[in-house]
Design a protein around this ligand. Structure first.
Ligand code: IVH
Length: 696
């Protein structure tokens, strides 16, 4: 710039740069880190501000885009990199995954929080399209997850790609293969690309966060981040354990399949085996649409997944080209976003909660307020890093929000309301329950109470131990446990099995009649029949959820055998990662833990697996080995070969890793073959596989 001509008002350029940087920061936190720190509504406000600035000073954008245009480095590069945030989708494909260019760009939707803008949308559409032509609108839920594109060839799932920046996404095929509701094979051998949203059910979100809080890990802010964080991570056993779900809402190039309307295309993909965002009804005028939107505002609260709004789409494909596209979104659709339900209240104190594993969590004590129909008095602050990051003090006015209609969160402090007498939140040095000194374990953010007899820890440990997926003991409520801990009759989970000696005291407890005591004692006795995998889960070893407990007990059928194994041995189990291996090894080699196990074993709990199914499989060369087939096979269908391998006790992996023993390669085996060669994995032809493994 020569400086001769004054292009912008004073400070305007700085303001623009600052705002743009701020948005880029939030884009990165949301799309790449899966950890946003502002709400969608606040983000959309920033985008609107930037758009307004650009509209009144178009040169700002031009100058920025020229300044930022770089010469490509030769690798897969997106043309989006130097574009203003108002015109691009904020994600970047991570280096962790291979990058794939979308065949058809993955666009976003323009959105509004304002119903009158939906009316404007309707007017705009009707101005462009000939009045004589039929126009219907389709109303769909806007699911809040991670958008995904799925590619099928001849009816077989080949690839799953995240949106990334809309041009280039990440290849997350291995991970999406673990999502049950995504069909691996369609009902017809057809080739197509469909798009939709990977989501995490709210109930699963609650379970995972509880687990993470117990382990002292950062919790996910909402189900969207949990879903995105799960799909974009490398350990696919974690993907499998978290019950992700997927709903599809878009068939790419639908007209090529003879579809005339969006509704028709969704019904078609539903028939092929996909779960879809159901289309409620067709609306041909704004009034009816407005009413339906109103109904869904509350109706959606009953769903077990998060929706952040509704999408209104023109139904007839014949209008799409005429309506056109912006760089970021189609003009034939608009999203109506539900305003986040937020409210201001006073944080008058912070207390500390002790979890099952001893992790101490700060809790905000709030002046009671009504939020989305329920009274909120407390909110989790998760950990001290979060308090520091949000600069929360006692006495602050804070904005709270309900994430996924479940746990209230402190979104931010209202700094304008500060009077100066707010107090810093002191980090406790001792356990609020048993007063023992708190410890910060290496590499962790959480403070922990290590006293195995801390009454609060024991109480939570027991609640977990008796839960349905663990020992399934019914009738041992919190009140009884509390009472018995207080009386000194329960010190660890082992003491549950001595409760039968205190039948009389139990009967005298509030609301405990003879019959319920009898039922409780029966249930305790009955729990001794729970299998090894449930018992292992019930111990509450960090990271050993249902799935991992199952995997461990399938591979080593007694607790003694498991204890003997080194971390390296445990890592040999397909699906067991570093964290789990270290946790299980450390737990079983701790003296106190082992003493507890020995005591439970003496009582009669099952620490040995009944002969697992796999054990019954006769010895054969496939048993215990891992395989993967790739390329075009002559004699077998991919799934048939998989079934043979599984039936003979082998493992079938979805990708080439060091853990793969054999790759069965057909014609055009491609990248999997080169990766196998690189890693020294043995490659077999179909014939070699038959000779070596089936004919012996
Ligand atoms: S249609 C070309 N329909 O919301 C238009 N998107 O904010 C493709 N989303 O990128 C999108 N539910 O990730 C569509 N029923 C729905 C949706 C939906 C959720 C997501 C999707 C999109 C984002 C835009």
């Amino acid at each position: 710039m020569s400086g001769d001509i004054k292009l912008f008002e004073d400070g305007m350029k700085e303001k623009y740069e600052k705002l743009r940087k701020e948005i880029e920061k939030h884009n990165n936190l949301y799309y790449n880190e899966d950890n946003p720190i502002i709400s969608d509504m606040e983000y959309d406000k920033l985008i609107r501000e930037l758009r307004d600035l650009e509209e009144s000073n178009p040169d700002l954008k031009v100058e920025y885009e020229i300044k930022n245009s770089k010469v490509g480095s030769g690798s897969e590069k997106s043309e989006n990199e130097n574009v203003s945030p108002t015109e691009k989708i904020g994600g970047i494909a991570s280096e962790k995954f291979s990058k794939v260019r979308h065949r058809v760009p993955m666009l976003s939707l323009s959105n509004t929080y304002n119903i009158s803008e939906i009316e404007d949308f309707d007017k705009r559409v009707k101005k462009i399209i000939d009045v004589k032509k039929k126009i219907d609108y389709v109303l769909e839920l806007k699911l809040d997850g991670l958008s995904i594109s799925l590619i099928y060839e001849n009816g077989v799932l080949k690839q799953g790609i995240t949106r990334g920046d809309g041009q280039i996404g990440e290849d997350v095929t291995e991970n999406i293969m673990e999502i049950e509701s995504i069909p691996k094979k369609l009902k017809e051998p057809i080739s197509l690309e469909v798009r939709g949203e990977v989501i995490l059910p709210i109930s699963e979100f609650g379970r995972i966060n509880q687990e993470r809080e117990d382990e002292g890990e950062d919790v996910f802010a909402n189900p969207r981040n949990a879903a995105a964080g799960t799909i974009r991570q490398l350990d696919k056993s974690i993907v499998k354990e978290r019950k992700l779900d997927c709903y599809l809402y878009y068939l790419v190039n639908a007209e090529e399949y003879g579809m005339k309307t969006h509704k028709e295309s969704i019904e078609y993909i539903e028939k092929l085996g996909f779960k879809t965002t159901k289309i409620f009804e067709l609306y041909n005028d704004f009034g009816k649409l407005e009413k339906a939107i109103d109904v869904w505002k509350t109706k959606r609260e009953k769903l077990d997944y998060e929706t952040d709004g509704l999408v209104i789409k023109v139904n007839e494909f014949e209008h799409y080209d005429e309506l056109g596209y912006t760089t970021k979104s189609p003009r034939w659709a608009i999203a109506y976003k539900f305003p986040a339900e937020q409210v201001k209240t006073k944080l008058y104190d912070v207390t500390f909660q002790v979890g099952r594993t001893g992790v101490v969590t700060p809790v905000a004590e709030l002046e009671a307020v009504n939020l989305s129909g329920s009274v909120v008095k407390r909110a989790s602050l998760h950990n001290f890093d979060e308090i520091r990051r949000k600069e929360i003090k006692i006495g602050d006015n804070v904005i709270i929000e309900k994430a996924a209609e479940i746990i209230p969160q402190v979104v931010n402090v209202v700094f304008e309301d500060r009077k100066g007498d707010e107090k810093d939140i002191e980090v406790p040095t001792n356990c609020p329950i048993c007063d023992s000194e708190l410890v910060k374990e290496e590499g962790q953010v959480a403070l922990k109470c290590l006293n195995p007899q801390c009454p609060e820890k024991v109480k939570r440990e027991i609640a977990y131990f008796v839960s349905r997926d663990a020992m399934n003991i019914t009738g041992l409520g919190e009140k009884i446990v509390e009472k018995f801990i207080e009386l000194g009759k329960i010190k660890t989970v082992v003491d549950i099995y001595s409760l039968k000696n205190y039948a009389e005291e139990l009967e005298n407890l509030e609301k405990m009649g003879k019959k319920s005591v009898e039922n409780l004692i029966n249930s305790i006795e009955e729990s001794k029949k729970q299998g090894f995998s449930k018992v292992l889960y019930a111990l509450g070893i960090p990271f050993v959820g249902k799935f991992n407990a199952n995997l461990l007990t399938k591979n080593y059928n007694s607790i003694e055998l498991l204890k003997e194994k080194s971390i390296e041995d445990l890592l040999e189990i397909k699906g067991i990662g570093d964290k789990v291996a270290v946790a299980i090894h450390t737990y079983l080699n701790d003296e106190n833990n082992w003493a507890k196990i020995v005591a439970l074993k003496e009582i009669g709990l099952q620490f040995e697996a009944e002969k697992a199914e796999e054990e019954k499989i006769e010895d054969n060369p496939i048993k215990g080995k891992s395989f993967l087939a790739t390329g075009k096979l002559e004699k077998y269908k991919r799934n048939d070969i998989k079934d043979i391998i599984l039936a003979k006790g082998g493992n079938y992996l979805s990708g080439v890793t060091k853990k793969l023993d054999y790759l069965i390669a057909g014609e055009k085996a491609g990248s999997k073959l080169s990766k196998a060669e690189e890693l020294g994995v043995r490659v077999l032809t179909e014939e070699e596989f038959e000779k070596e493994f089936l004919e012996k």
